[in-house]
Design a protein around this ligand. Structure first.
Ligand code: HEM
Ligand code: HEM
Length: 248
């Protein structure tokens, strides 16, 4: 709720709370309005009204504080960047979990199907990451929030590393698939080229590299998540709101 009705309601609640506070402290000139019980323990009808008004007033205050923390339009990511962020975050977490799950399965039709789905999802992530990078390079991100210089540097480094791994992990997976002699047909319709020859020794190294890079990506994501939670719950600087659509 914003605009005039919200401001008017806030004003009325504040005025009521102030009145009650003055009367509770015994500053009211008219002694007949002095209350005999604390507002939060009131049981009479009038007391319950007082309690209600004070609570609404407190709520409107905290809502206003949240509004102050909400960044302006120019200080947040655009809708396309936000859509890329959350879509790719979900896809990458799914690919990671699926990768570990399917690798542990015994040889079966289910394992083969999951391998195909993992590869298709991975190639989709690669394509979306390329579009995302193009978008990022052509659209200025919001300026940094006020924070120590080392934290800003660490955030930029983490984001850069994430972008690098968005390409390195799927490309290593794709190269491994080609070296192992399993060409990829994206969603069963689009055959993708093999850019490395079939080679068992190379395949073994690329498998290791793919796993290592994927686990590295997971580690950087955990770091990124910890930093986002620190900003949200300890610093309370509205960083997360920058990556969420604006509330109208
Ligand atoms: C629940 C989990 C996540 C939260 C709460 C979160 C939160 C955020 C926030 C608040 C930002 C903006 C930082 C700023 O304004 O400086 C951001 C940026 C970013 N996040 Fe996340 N994120 C999450 C998961 C992920 C995942 C899983 C990935 C990738 C695997 C990811 C990749 C990125 C990247 C690359 C940026 C930089 C965007 C850019 O500047 O282009 N995030 N994230
Ligand atoms: C960002 C995207 C991706 C992520 C996060 C990811 C993650 C993983 C993970 C965690 C594993 C398990 C590693 C292990 O425990 O051995 C795995 C295995 C695998 N990945 Fe990916 N992957 C991605 C993209 C791809 C792509 C694009 C391909 C191929 C086109 C691919 C092909 C494979 C294959 C064939 C395996 C099985 C390795 C084996 O056990 O033989 N991955 N992936």
């Amino acid at each position: 709720m914003t605009g005039f009705p919200f401001r008017a309601a806030t004003l009325v609640c504040r005025a009521s709370a102030w009145l009650i506070f003055v009367m509770q402290c015994g500053h009211a000139r008219d002694r007949q309005f002095k209350f005999s019980e604390p507002w939060h323990q009131a049981t009479s009808t009038a007391g319950r009204w007082r309690r209600c008004i004070v609570k609404v007033s407190m709520k409107s205050n905290s809502m206003q504080e949240k509004n102050y923390a909400s960044p302006a339009e120019s200080d947040r990511y655009g809708l396309v960047a936000i859509a890329f962020h959350w879509l790719l975050a979900l896809a990458i977490v799914c690919a990671f979990l699926l990768g570990h799950y399917m690798s542990d399965l015994p040889l079966s039709m289910t394992r083969l199907k999951l391998f195909s789905w993992h590869k298709w999802l991975g190639v989709t992530i690669l394509a979306l990451s390329a579009l995302r990078l193009l978008w990022r390079l052509s659209h200025r991100p919001p300026v940094d929030l006020p924070m120590p210089a080392w934290q800003a540097r660490a955030a930029h480094l983490t984001h850069g590393l994430l972008y690098l791994l968005f390409f390195a992990v799927p490309l290593a997976g794709w190269a491994y698939s080609s070296a192992a002699g399993f060409p990829i047909v994206w969603f069963g319709v689009l055959p993708l080229p093999d850019f490395v020859p079939v080679d068992k020794a190379l395949a073994a190294s690329l498998k290791e590299a793919h796993e290592l890079l994927a686990n590295g990506l997971a580690l950087v994501v955990l770091l990124h998540l910890a930093a986002a939670l620190q900003h949200q719950f300890l610093n309370r600087d509205g960083l997360l709101q920058r990556m969420l659509p604006a509330r109208r």
